[in-house]
Design a protein around this ligand. Structure first.
Ligand SMILES: [Zn+2]
Length: 482
């Protein structure tokens, strides 16, 4: 039965891709029409309007309808919190795919441009490391300041300065983080790519910063990803009192990379990656991890172990029958601060979706057991198979009406591990997770703690998303529904 859980979601994803393609064809046609007729048409709210002079001719009733539709939440879009809505209304470009919270005050970023003065760093064929570091550092400073950050440099431009006095600057400026920029070199001239260093001993924040810098510089440059690396002998990051990382943006010993690093265009890409990373460090997006169908003893406990170690809270939609079988694990979920939602008592679609009464009776049974065993009273629930699936087409509206009237809130999902399949494979699950988030600001991720591969993949899964903070769903979170 697991297979059904994701089918509606998968169909929706395919449908969306197809709609996108059709939209592209229509736009091409409109463009051709504009060229041949001499009248320009602009798209608005899915329709096209002719432009007269500098103004667009939009009938009033269309404007009214548009306002009304704006007020509704798009059924398949992630629901946004107030902060995000404010942010979206001010601008809509790619960089703003990031949550800003103006109440946090100004964050201070220290930039350390490696080497300087007599110390030129590595140099090949006239390309000096210190020059490239300074160029990137100054570009990054400019970009971060535009984004509202305060920036402090650890050197006065091109000067030789001891590492400890650089760190003194970071301390004096009361900086929140430090990023040190360097170029690499290798005896093997074929070696190339970006790598980011952090010091494990300085804590999880440094590691997260390094992961973000690595991920986003690679994203923009498409350079070879050499990964993040732990080092306890790099003074600038080891002795920094604030979270820090050191990025080696490329190999000057490699001809192709050296050439790129000397171009404006490539430097822009690198800096854009670093700026995005830093912004996401301070203003992460939100992911709600949700686990369905548990609890099982082994796999659920494994999931709980990982979450505990990483200090992450998630949400579990429980099956009453499984709670009866594994009461200790159900209790553990509640005790460790995760939130609980009701999935069903009997995970048999033919039985529960026979009619609304059958659904309500099953739900009631699950609710009582979950309450009795875990002590948790919850208004959260998730439909087996999601709110709309091939088994409940005739009854879902009535069920939703009844459940909503009774004060219950249901959550579907907008990303999925697709782990409810036969013979799930770890690599595939991780790939599904990464690809299905689509960079959304708010992600509700579907997973199953009853699948042992999911439990095995969890640690790596969490590593994949340094741009997200993980939160449990509670009754104040706006539901994500199909
Ligand atoms: Zn389920």
């Amino acid at each position: 039965m697991y297979v059904q859980e994701a089918s509606w979601f998968q169909k929706q994803q395919k449908k969306k891709a197809w709609q996108k393609r059709v939209k592209g064809y229509v736009m091409c046609l409109i463009l051709l029409l504009s060229v041949f007729s001499g009248v320009w048409f602009v798209p608005l709210n899915g329709k096209y309007f002719p432009v007269e002079g500098h103004s667009i001719n939009i009938p009033e009733q269309v404007l009214a309808q548009e306002a009304e539709e704006d007020a509704k939440t798009e059924s398949d879009a992630p629901v946004k919190c107030d902060e995000e809505i404010q942010e979206e209304s001010s601008s809509n470009n790619m960089e703003d795919n990031i949550i800003r919270n103006q109440d946090d005050g100004i964050n201070i970023v220290a930039i350390d441009m490696g080497h300087g003065g007599m110390d030129e760093g590595c140099s090949f064929e006239g390309a000096e490391e210190k020059v490239i570091n300074q160029k990137l550092g100054m570009l990054l400073k400019e970009k971060l300041e535009q984004l509202g950050f305060q920036v402090v440099l650890t050197t006065n431009g091109d000067e030789k300065k001891e590492l400890l006095s650089r760190l003194e600057c970071v301390k004096e400026a009361n900086a929140d983080i430090l990023i040190s920029i360097h170029q690499n070199a290798c005896e093997d001239y074929g070696v190339q790519g970006i790598e980011t260093w952090y010091c494990e001993a300085s804590g999880e924040d440094s590691r997260r910063l390094a992961r973000l810098v690595q991920q986003y510089t690679i994203l923009y440059t498409k350079a070879k990803d050499r990964g993040i690396m732990d080092a306890d002998n790099l003074v600038i990051i080891r002795d920094s009192a604030v979270p820090s990382c050191l990025v080696e943006t490329g190999f000057l010993s490699n001809e192709a990379e050296r050439t790129k690093l000397q171009t404006e265009e490539y430097c822009e890409k690198l800096v854009q990656g670093m700026a995005d990373a830093i912004e996401l460090y301070f203003y992460p997006k939100t992911m709600y991890l949700t686990f369905d169908d548990g609890p099982y003893t082994d796999s659920t406990n494994k999931v709980l172990d990982v979450l505990k170690e990483k200090n992450i809270k998630a949400t579990f939609f429980l099956i009453g029958k499984n709670v009866e079988k594994n009461p200790e694990t159900a209790k553990r979920i509640a005790e460790e601060g995760h939130t609980i939602g009701i999935h069903c008592y009997n995970h048999d679609y033919n039985v529960i979706y026979e009619n609304a009464e059958a659904y309500m009776a099953d739900f009631e049974e699950a609710k009582n057991i979950i309450e009795n065993i875990t002590g948790v009273e919850t208004k959260l629930f998730r439909f087996p198979g999601g709110s709309i699936n091939s088994y409940n087409k005739k009854v879902y509206k009535e069920i939703i009406e009844k459940m909503t009237a009774a004060g219950y809130v249901y959550f579907d999902w907008n990303a999925s591990l697709e782990d409810a399949v036969k013979k799930p494979n770890k690599e595939k699950l991780l790939k599904n997770a990464k690809e299905s988030t689509l960079g959304r600001k708010v992600v509700v991720m579907l997973a199953h703690d009853t699948v042992s591969v999911t439990a095995e993949a969890l640690e790596e899964l969490l590593e994949l998303f340094p741009e997200y903070k993980f939160c449990p769903i509670d009754e104040n979170v706006q539901p994500v529904t199909f």
